[in-house]
Ligand binder design. Structure first.
Ligand SMILES: Cc1cc2nc3c(=O)[nH]c(=O)nc-3n(C[C@H](O)[C@H](O)[C@H](O)COP(=O)(O)OP(=O)(O)OC[C@H]3O[C@@H](n4cnc5c(N)ncnc54)[C@H](O)[C@@H]3O)c2cc1C
Length: 398
Protein backbone atom coordinates (compact mmCIF):
# COMPACT_ATOMS: atom_id res chain seq x y z
CA UNK A 1 0.00 0.00 0.00
CA UNK A 2 1.31 3.44 -0.94
CA UNK A 3 2.69 5.60 1.90
CA UNK A 4 0.00 8.22 1.43
CA UNK A 5 -2.79 5.67 1.52
CA UNK A 6 -1.44 4.40 4.83
CA UNK A 7 -1.26 7.95 6.12
CA UNK A 8 -4.85 8.74 5.11
CA UNK A 9 -6.18 5.52 6.58
CA UNK A 10 -4.34 6.18 9.88
CA UNK A 11 -5.81 9.69 10.07
CA UNK A 12 -9.42 8.98 9.16
CA UNK A 13 -9.82 5.22 9.00
CA UNK A 14 -11.32 5.83 5.57
CA UNK A 15 -9.83 5.74 2.08
CA UNK A 16 -10.19 9.01 0.19
CA UNK A 17 -11.64 8.47 -3.27
CA UNK A 18 -11.95 11.13 -5.99
CA UNK A 19 -14.72 10.58 -8.52
CA UNK A 20 -14.37 12.67 -11.67
CA UNK A 21 -17.64 13.23 -13.52
CA UNK A 22 -21.04 13.69 -11.82
CA UNK A 23 -23.26 12.19 -14.53
CA UNK A 24 -25.44 9.12 -14.06
CA UNK A 25 -22.39 6.87 -13.66
CA UNK A 26 -20.18 9.08 -11.47
CA UNK A 27 -22.93 10.50 -9.26
CA UNK A 28 -24.37 7.14 -8.24
CA UNK A 29 -20.86 5.68 -7.85
CA UNK A 30 -19.87 8.53 -5.52
CA UNK A 31 -23.02 8.06 -3.44
CA UNK A 32 -22.43 4.33 -3.04
CA UNK A 33 -18.72 4.81 -2.26
CA UNK A 34 -19.71 7.22 0.49
CA UNK A 35 -22.26 4.79 1.88
CA UNK A 36 -19.61 2.08 1.70
CA UNK A 37 -17.46 4.03 4.16
CA UNK A 38 -15.09 6.07 1.95
CA UNK A 39 -14.37 9.77 2.10
CA UNK A 40 -15.42 10.91 -1.36
CA UNK A 41 -14.75 14.04 -3.40
CA UNK A 42 -16.88 14.33 -6.55
CA UNK A 43 -15.75 16.72 -9.29
CA UNK A 44 -17.53 17.95 -12.37
CA UNK A 45 -16.46 20.54 -14.93
CA UNK A 46 -19.93 21.95 -15.66
CA UNK A 47 -22.19 20.37 -13.04
CA UNK A 48 -24.40 17.25 -12.87
CA UNK A 49 -26.70 16.82 -15.89
CA UNK A 50 -25.23 19.85 -17.70
CA UNK A 51 -26.15 20.53 -21.35
CA UNK A 52 -23.01 18.88 -22.71
CA UNK A 53 -23.28 15.73 -20.57
CA UNK A 54 -24.88 12.55 -21.86
CA UNK A 55 -27.08 12.54 -18.75
CA UNK A 56 -28.30 16.05 -19.54
CA UNK A 57 -31.52 15.24 -21.42
CA UNK A 58 -35.01 15.53 -19.95
CA UNK A 59 -35.95 11.82 -20.05
CA UNK A 60 -34.43 8.35 -20.53
CA UNK A 61 -36.05 4.96 -21.07
CA UNK A 62 -35.81 2.15 -18.54
CA UNK A 63 -36.58 -1.28 -20.00
CA UNK A 64 -35.59 -4.90 -19.58
CA UNK A 65 -35.54 -6.23 -23.17
CA UNK A 66 -31.89 -6.28 -24.27
CA UNK A 67 -31.61 -9.13 -26.76
CA UNK A 68 -29.72 -12.39 -26.25
CA UNK A 69 -26.47 -12.99 -24.38
CA UNK A 70 -25.97 -9.86 -22.26
CA UNK A 71 -25.65 -8.79 -18.61
CA UNK A 72 -28.01 -5.80 -18.82
CA UNK A 73 -31.51 -7.20 -18.19
CA UNK A 74 -30.53 -8.25 -14.67
CA UNK A 75 -28.69 -4.98 -14.10
CA UNK A 76 -31.82 -3.08 -15.24
CA UNK A 77 -34.00 -5.11 -12.87
CA UNK A 78 -31.73 -4.24 -9.95
CA UNK A 79 -31.65 -0.60 -11.09
CA UNK A 80 -35.44 -0.47 -11.25
CA UNK A 81 -35.65 -1.64 -7.61
CA UNK A 82 -33.09 0.96 -6.57
CA UNK A 83 -34.80 3.80 -8.48
CA UNK A 84 -38.03 2.97 -6.65
CA UNK A 85 -36.30 2.72 -3.27
CA UNK A 86 -34.62 6.10 -3.72
CA UNK A 87 -37.79 7.78 -4.93
CA UNK A 88 -39.51 6.61 -1.75
CA UNK A 89 -36.59 7.61 0.52
CA UNK A 90 -36.15 11.06 -1.04
CA UNK A 91 -39.85 11.69 -1.60
CA UNK A 92 -39.16 12.60 -5.24
CA UNK A 93 -40.60 11.25 -8.48
CA UNK A 94 -38.16 10.20 -11.22
CA UNK A 95 -39.69 6.98 -12.57
CA UNK A 96 -42.84 6.94 -14.72
CA UNK A 97 -43.98 3.32 -15.27
CA UNK A 98 -46.05 3.96 -18.41
CA UNK A 99 -44.99 0.67 -20.05
CA UNK A 100 -42.53 -0.06 -22.86
CA UNK A 101 -43.63 -1.58 -26.17
CA UNK A 102 -41.23 -3.44 -28.50
CA UNK A 103 -42.33 -3.88 -32.11
CA UNK A 104 -40.75 -6.93 -33.76
CA UNK A 105 -40.49 -7.32 -37.52
CA UNK A 106 -39.34 -10.32 -39.57
CA UNK A 107 -35.87 -10.35 -38.04
CA UNK A 108 -36.84 -10.67 -34.41
CA UNK A 109 -33.53 -12.01 -33.03
CA UNK A 110 -33.41 -9.18 -30.51
CA UNK A 111 -36.96 -9.66 -29.23
CA UNK A 112 -36.86 -13.50 -29.17
CA UNK A 113 -33.50 -13.37 -27.43
CA UNK A 114 -34.86 -10.97 -24.82
CA UNK A 115 -37.65 -13.24 -23.58
CA UNK A 116 -35.67 -15.72 -21.40
CA UNK A 117 -33.69 -12.84 -19.88
CA UNK A 118 -36.87 -10.93 -18.95
CA UNK A 119 -38.23 -14.10 -17.36
CA UNK A 120 -35.01 -14.78 -15.47
CA UNK A 121 -34.82 -11.21 -14.13
CA UNK A 122 -38.47 -11.22 -13.05
CA UNK A 123 -39.40 -8.25 -15.26
CA UNK A 124 -43.10 -8.59 -16.14
CA UNK A 125 -43.87 -8.78 -19.87
CA UNK A 126 -46.56 -9.84 -22.32
CA UNK A 127 -46.10 -11.25 -25.82
CA UNK A 128 -48.71 -9.75 -28.13
CA UNK A 129 -49.79 -10.70 -31.65
CA UNK A 130 -50.07 -7.95 -34.24
CA UNK A 131 -53.89 -8.09 -33.94
CA UNK A 132 -53.67 -7.59 -30.18
CA UNK A 133 -51.26 -4.69 -30.71
CA UNK A 134 -53.62 -3.01 -33.20
CA UNK A 135 -56.59 -3.43 -30.85
CA UNK A 136 -54.74 -1.99 -27.88
CA UNK A 137 -53.08 0.95 -29.64
CA UNK A 138 -55.24 1.94 -32.65
CA UNK A 139 -53.32 5.23 -33.00
CA UNK A 140 -50.19 3.26 -34.07
CA UNK A 141 -49.90 1.72 -37.55
CA UNK A 142 -48.32 -1.70 -37.15
CA UNK A 143 -47.33 -2.06 -40.83
CA UNK A 144 -44.60 -4.73 -41.16
CA UNK A 145 -44.76 -5.54 -37.43
CA UNK A 146 -45.19 -9.26 -36.73
CA UNK A 147 -45.55 -9.29 -32.94
CA UNK A 148 -44.58 -7.33 -29.85
CA UNK A 149 -43.29 -7.42 -26.31
CA UNK A 150 -45.01 -5.18 -23.78
CA UNK A 151 -43.27 -4.46 -20.46
CA UNK A 152 -46.14 -2.96 -18.43
CA UNK A 153 -44.02 -1.96 -15.43
CA UNK A 154 -41.12 -0.37 -17.30
CA UNK A 155 -41.19 3.23 -18.54
CA UNK A 156 -39.06 6.34 -18.40
CA UNK A 157 -36.92 8.29 -15.93
CA UNK A 158 -36.28 11.98 -15.47
CA UNK A 159 -32.61 12.28 -16.45
CA UNK A 160 -31.27 15.74 -15.66
CA UNK A 161 -33.45 16.17 -12.56
CA UNK A 162 -32.44 12.84 -11.04
CA UNK A 163 -28.75 13.35 -11.88
CA UNK A 164 -28.82 16.62 -9.95
CA UNK A 165 -30.79 15.05 -7.08
CA UNK A 166 -28.19 12.29 -6.68
CA UNK A 167 -25.44 14.89 -6.19
CA UNK A 168 -27.60 16.90 -3.76
CA UNK A 169 -28.15 13.71 -1.78
CA UNK A 170 -24.45 12.83 -1.94
CA UNK A 171 -23.66 16.20 -0.33
CA UNK A 172 -26.47 15.80 2.23
CA UNK A 173 -25.00 12.43 3.26
CA UNK A 174 -21.55 13.98 3.80
CA UNK A 175 -19.85 13.88 0.41
CA UNK A 176 -17.81 16.76 -0.95
CA UNK A 177 -18.77 18.12 -4.38
CA UNK A 178 -16.65 20.62 -6.33
CA UNK A 179 -17.36 22.18 -9.68
CA UNK A 180 -13.88 21.83 -11.04
CA UNK A 181 -12.14 20.44 -14.10
CA UNK A 182 -9.44 17.83 -14.23
CA UNK A 183 -7.08 19.70 -16.52
CA UNK A 184 -5.57 18.04 -19.57
CA UNK A 185 -2.60 16.04 -18.32
CA UNK A 186 -0.93 12.76 -19.03
CA UNK A 187 -3.02 10.34 -16.99
CA UNK A 188 -1.59 7.27 -18.66
CA UNK A 189 2.14 7.94 -18.39
CA UNK A 190 4.42 7.66 -15.36
CA UNK A 191 3.59 8.19 -11.70
CA UNK A 192 1.43 11.17 -10.79
CA UNK A 193 1.25 12.71 -7.36
CA UNK A 194 -2.31 14.01 -7.77
CA UNK A 195 -4.68 15.45 -10.32
CA UNK A 196 -4.21 18.97 -11.61
CA UNK A 197 -7.45 20.91 -11.51
CA UNK A 198 -8.36 24.04 -13.35
CA UNK A 199 -9.74 27.01 -11.39
CA UNK A 200 -13.34 27.15 -10.29
CA UNK A 201 -13.58 25.11 -7.11
CA UNK A 202 -16.87 25.89 -5.37
CA UNK A 203 -16.14 24.35 -2.01
CA UNK A 204 -13.90 25.12 0.92
CA UNK A 205 -12.42 21.66 0.78
CA UNK A 206 -9.49 21.11 3.04
CA UNK A 207 -8.15 18.05 1.25
CA UNK A 208 -5.80 19.85 -1.10
CA UNK A 209 -5.16 23.22 -2.62
CA UNK A 210 -7.24 24.67 -5.46
CA UNK A 211 -5.06 23.27 -8.22
CA UNK A 212 -4.50 19.66 -7.26
CA UNK A 213 -6.34 16.84 -5.59
CA UNK A 214 -4.55 13.90 -4.05
CA UNK A 215 -6.61 10.83 -3.22
CA UNK A 216 -5.99 7.16 -2.53
CA UNK A 217 -8.10 6.02 -5.47
CA UNK A 218 -9.56 7.76 -8.51
CA UNK A 219 -12.68 6.86 -10.46
CA UNK A 220 -12.96 8.53 -13.87
CA UNK A 221 -16.63 8.58 -14.95
CA UNK A 222 -16.29 11.24 -17.64
CA UNK A 223 -18.84 9.95 -20.16
CA UNK A 224 -17.97 10.99 -23.75
CA UNK A 225 -14.73 12.66 -22.59
CA UNK A 226 -13.12 9.34 -21.55
CA UNK A 227 -11.54 8.70 -24.94
CA UNK A 228 -9.61 11.98 -24.77
CA UNK A 229 -8.57 11.57 -21.14
CA UNK A 230 -7.27 8.04 -21.80
CA UNK A 231 -6.15 8.18 -25.45
CA UNK A 232 -4.20 4.90 -25.31
CA UNK A 233 -6.39 2.73 -23.10
CA UNK A 234 -9.87 3.93 -24.09
CA UNK A 235 -9.42 6.12 -27.20
CA UNK A 236 -8.98 3.42 -29.85
CA UNK A 237 -12.11 1.59 -28.66
CA UNK A 238 -14.35 4.58 -28.19
CA UNK A 239 -16.27 7.14 -30.21
CA UNK A 240 -18.63 9.93 -29.24
CA UNK A 241 -21.44 10.31 -31.80
CA UNK A 242 -23.98 13.07 -32.45
CA UNK A 243 -27.55 12.02 -31.75
CA UNK A 244 -30.48 14.22 -32.78
CA UNK A 245 -33.70 14.09 -30.79
CA UNK A 246 -36.99 15.58 -32.04
CA UNK A 247 -40.06 16.60 -30.08
CA UNK A 248 -43.36 17.00 -31.94
CA UNK A 249 -46.50 18.80 -30.77
CA UNK A 250 -49.57 16.56 -30.40
CA UNK A 251 -52.95 17.78 -31.72
CA UNK A 252 -54.56 20.22 -29.24
CA UNK A 253 -56.94 18.55 -26.85
CA UNK A 254 -56.23 15.10 -28.36
CA UNK A 255 -54.98 12.71 -25.66
CA UNK A 256 -54.25 9.76 -28.00
CA UNK A 257 -50.50 10.43 -28.05
CA UNK A 258 -50.10 11.24 -24.38
CA UNK A 259 -48.63 8.94 -21.76
CA UNK A 260 -51.32 6.71 -20.38
CA UNK A 261 -52.60 6.13 -23.92
CA UNK A 262 -49.30 5.28 -25.63
CA UNK A 263 -46.36 3.59 -23.87
CA UNK A 264 -42.69 4.25 -24.46
CA UNK A 265 -42.04 2.47 -27.76
CA UNK A 266 -39.08 0.91 -29.57
CA UNK A 267 -39.33 -0.08 -33.21
CA UNK A 268 -36.87 -2.51 -34.76
CA UNK A 269 -37.61 -1.89 -38.40
CA UNK A 270 -34.79 -1.40 -40.93
CA UNK A 271 -33.22 0.77 -38.24
CA UNK A 272 -34.04 1.29 -34.57
CA UNK A 273 -36.41 4.16 -33.78
CA UNK A 274 -37.72 4.90 -30.30
CA UNK A 275 -39.75 7.48 -28.45
CA UNK A 276 -41.41 8.68 -25.29
CA UNK A 277 -44.96 10.08 -25.46
CA UNK A 278 -45.82 13.03 -23.27
CA UNK A 279 -42.22 13.28 -22.14
CA UNK A 280 -43.01 15.66 -19.28
CA UNK A 281 -45.12 17.82 -21.61
CA UNK A 282 -42.04 18.50 -23.78
CA UNK A 283 -43.70 16.99 -26.87
CA UNK A 284 -43.79 13.54 -28.48
CA UNK A 285 -40.15 12.49 -28.40
CA UNK A 286 -38.79 10.59 -31.42
CA UNK A 287 -35.18 9.59 -32.06
CA UNK A 288 -33.16 7.30 -34.29
CA UNK A 289 -30.73 5.06 -32.43
CA UNK A 290 -28.44 4.77 -35.50
CA UNK A 291 -25.03 6.18 -34.59
CA UNK A 292 -24.53 9.68 -36.00
CA UNK A 293 -21.27 11.40 -37.02
CA UNK A 294 -18.39 11.79 -34.58
CA UNK A 295 -19.04 14.64 -32.15
CA UNK A 296 -16.91 16.69 -29.76
CA UNK A 297 -18.85 16.99 -26.48
CA UNK A 298 -17.05 20.19 -25.45
CA UNK A 299 -17.09 22.28 -28.62
CA UNK A 300 -19.73 20.62 -30.82
CA UNK A 301 -22.58 22.85 -32.06
CA UNK A 302 -25.86 21.31 -30.98
CA UNK A 303 -27.96 21.80 -34.12
CA UNK A 304 -30.07 18.94 -35.52
CA UNK A 305 -29.60 18.00 -39.17
CA UNK A 306 -32.23 18.84 -41.82
CA UNK A 307 -31.90 15.33 -43.27
CA UNK A 308 -32.52 13.80 -39.85
CA UNK A 309 -35.62 15.92 -39.40
CA UNK A 310 -37.00 14.97 -42.83
CA UNK A 311 -36.38 11.24 -42.18
CA UNK A 312 -38.02 11.48 -38.74
CA UNK A 313 -41.08 13.19 -40.24
CA UNK A 314 -41.40 10.40 -42.84
CA UNK A 315 -41.16 7.83 -40.06
CA UNK A 316 -43.76 9.62 -37.94
CA UNK A 317 -46.27 9.67 -40.83
CA UNK A 318 -45.65 5.94 -41.40
CA UNK A 319 -45.94 4.69 -37.81
CA UNK A 320 -48.12 7.36 -36.15
CA UNK A 321 -50.33 8.59 -39.05
CA UNK A 322 -52.32 10.98 -36.83
CA UNK A 323 -49.06 12.85 -36.11
CA UNK A 324 -48.24 13.27 -39.83
CA UNK A 325 -48.37 17.07 -39.83
CA UNK A 326 -47.36 17.61 -36.22
CA UNK A 327 -45.20 20.70 -35.68
CA UNK A 328 -41.69 20.35 -34.37
CA UNK A 329 -41.78 21.96 -30.91
CA UNK A 330 -38.26 21.29 -29.60
CA UNK A 331 -35.01 19.61 -30.60
CA UNK A 332 -31.99 18.43 -28.71
CA UNK A 333 -28.55 17.19 -29.64
CA UNK A 334 -26.85 14.80 -27.26
CA UNK A 335 -24.02 12.33 -27.82
CA UNK A 336 -23.64 8.63 -27.25
CA UNK A 337 -20.36 7.63 -25.62
CA UNK A 338 -19.89 4.40 -27.57
CA UNK A 339 -17.46 1.59 -27.00
CA UNK A 340 -16.81 -0.53 -30.08
CA UNK A 341 -18.97 -3.40 -28.72
CA UNK A 342 -21.48 -1.10 -26.93
CA UNK A 343 -20.67 -2.72 -23.58
CA UNK A 344 -19.75 -0.58 -20.59
CA UNK A 345 -16.23 -0.10 -19.28
CA UNK A 346 -15.71 -0.79 -15.57
CA UNK A 347 -12.07 -1.59 -14.91
CA UNK A 348 -8.80 -0.50 -13.40
CA UNK A 349 -6.39 1.32 -15.65
CA UNK A 350 -3.96 -1.42 -16.81
CA UNK A 351 -0.95 0.62 -15.65
CA UNK A 352 -2.39 2.13 -12.44
CA UNK A 353 -4.07 -0.07 -9.86
CA UNK A 354 -5.68 2.87 -8.03
CA UNK A 355 -7.29 4.40 -11.14
CA UNK A 356 -10.69 3.11 -12.30
CA UNK A 357 -12.39 3.91 -15.59
CA UNK A 358 -16.20 3.78 -15.64
CA UNK A 359 -18.25 4.64 -18.72
CA UNK A 360 -19.08 3.61 -22.26
CA UNK A 361 -22.85 3.86 -21.66
CA UNK A 362 -23.20 3.57 -25.47
CA UNK A 363 -26.70 5.03 -25.63
CA UNK A 364 -28.18 2.78 -22.94
CA UNK A 365 -26.39 3.58 -19.69
CA UNK A 366 -28.66 5.96 -17.85
CA UNK A 367 -31.23 3.53 -16.50
CA UNK A 368 -28.48 1.45 -14.87
CA UNK A 369 -27.07 4.36 -12.81
CA UNK A 370 -27.93 3.15 -9.30
CA UNK A 371 -27.15 -0.53 -9.97
CA UNK A 372 -23.91 0.38 -11.72
CA UNK A 373 -22.90 2.74 -8.89
CA UNK A 374 -23.59 0.04 -6.34
CA UNK A 375 -21.49 -2.45 -8.33
CA UNK A 376 -18.57 -0.07 -8.96
CA UNK A 377 -18.43 0.99 -5.29
CA UNK A 378 -18.19 -2.65 -4.21
CA UNK A 379 -15.41 -3.37 -6.73
CA UNK A 380 -13.39 -0.28 -5.80
CA UNK A 381 -13.77 -0.64 -2.03
CA UNK A 382 -13.13 -4.38 -1.95
CA UNK A 383 -10.45 -4.23 -4.62
CA UNK A 384 -12.32 -6.78 -6.72
CA UNK A 385 -12.31 -7.31 -10.46
CA UNK A 386 -15.25 -6.53 -12.74
CA UNK A 387 -17.19 -9.04 -14.79
CA UNK A 388 -15.42 -9.81 -18.12
CA UNK A 389 -18.24 -8.04 -20.02
CA UNK A 390 -16.98 -4.73 -18.67
CA UNK A 391 -13.22 -5.27 -18.60
CA UNK A 392 -10.74 -3.52 -20.87
CA UNK A 393 -9.04 -6.82 -21.75
CA UNK A 394 -11.91 -7.63 -24.11
CA UNK A 395 -10.63 -4.98 -26.54
CA UNK A 396 -7.37 -6.89 -27.01
CA UNK A 397 -9.38 -9.58 -28.79
CA UNK A 398 -10.69 -7.11 -31.42
C1 LIG B 1 -30.07 11.11 -27.07
C2 LIG B 1 -29.73 10.10 -26.01
C3 LIG B 1 -30.71 9.20 -25.62
C4 LIG B 1 -30.42 8.25 -24.64
N1 LIG B 1 -31.41 7.42 -24.24
C5 LIG B 1 -31.20 6.56 -23.22
C6 LIG B 1 -32.27 5.80 -22.71
O1 LIG B 1 -33.41 5.91 -23.17
N2 LIG B 1 -32.02 4.97 -21.66
C7 LIG B 1 -30.78 4.84 -21.12
O2 LIG B 1 -30.61 4.07 -20.18
N3 LIG B 1 -29.72 5.57 -21.59
C8 LIG B 1 -29.92 6.42 -22.62
N4 LIG B 1 -28.89 7.18 -23.10
C9 LIG B 1 -27.52 6.96 -22.60
C10 LIG B 1 -27.27 7.62 -21.28
O3 LIG B 1 -27.86 8.89 -21.22
C11 LIG B 1 -25.76 7.68 -21.02
O4 LIG B 1 -25.20 6.38 -21.24
C12 LIG B 1 -25.46 8.12 -19.60
O5 LIG B 1 -26.16 9.29 -19.29
C13 LIG B 1 -23.94 8.34 -19.46
O6 LIG B 1 -23.67 8.85 -18.18
P1 LIG B 1 -22.17 9.18 -17.78
O7 LIG B 1 -22.21 9.55 -16.34
O8 LIG B 1 -21.26 8.09 -18.20
O9 LIG B 1 -21.77 10.44 -18.69
P2 LIG B 1 -22.15 12.00 -18.57
O10 LIG B 1 -23.55 12.17 -18.18
O11 LIG B 1 -21.69 12.64 -19.82
O12 LIG B 1 -21.27 12.50 -17.35
C14 LIG B 1 -19.89 12.74 -17.47
C15 LIG B 1 -19.58 13.98 -16.66
O13 LIG B 1 -18.15 14.14 -16.62
C16 LIG B 1 -17.87 15.52 -16.58
N5 LIG B 1 -16.49 15.70 -17.05
C17 LIG B 1 -15.98 15.36 -18.24
N6 LIG B 1 -14.67 15.64 -18.31
C18 LIG B 1 -14.34 16.17 -17.10
C19 LIG B 1 -13.13 16.67 -16.54
N7 LIG B 1 -11.97 16.66 -17.25
N8 LIG B 1 -13.14 17.16 -15.28
C20 LIG B 1 -14.29 17.17 -14.56
N9 LIG B 1 -15.47 16.71 -15.05
C21 LIG B 1 -15.48 16.21 -16.30
C22 LIG B 1 -18.93 16.14 -17.50
O14 LIG B 1 -19.18 17.50 -17.20
C23 LIG B 1 -20.15 15.25 -17.24
O15 LIG B 1 -21.06 15.83 -16.32
C24 LIG B 1 -29.13 8.16 -24.07
C25 LIG B 1 -28.14 9.06 -24.46
C26 LIG B 1 -28.44 10.03 -25.42
C27 LIG B 1 -27.37 11.00 -25.83
Amino acid sequence: MAARTMATLRMTGKPHIAVIGAGAFGGWTALYLLRGGARVTLLDAWGPGNSRASSGGETRIIRGAYGPDQPYTRLAARALDLWKQHEAQWNRKFFFPIGVLWMAEADDTFERGSLPFLKDAGIPFEQLTVNELARRWPQISFANVEWGIYEPQSGYLLARASTQAVVDQFVAEGGEYRQSTVAEQDLEGGEWKGLQLSQGSTSNASTSDASTIVADRYVFACGPWLGKLFPHTVGPHFVSTKQDVFFFGTPAGDPRYNEGNVPVWADHSDHFMYGIPGNQERGFKVADDTRGPEFDPTSGQRLVSEDGLAATRRYLAYRFPGMKDAPLVETRVCQYENTTDHNFIVDRHPGKANVWIVGGGSGHGFKHGPALGEMVARLVLKDETADPWYRLARFKRE
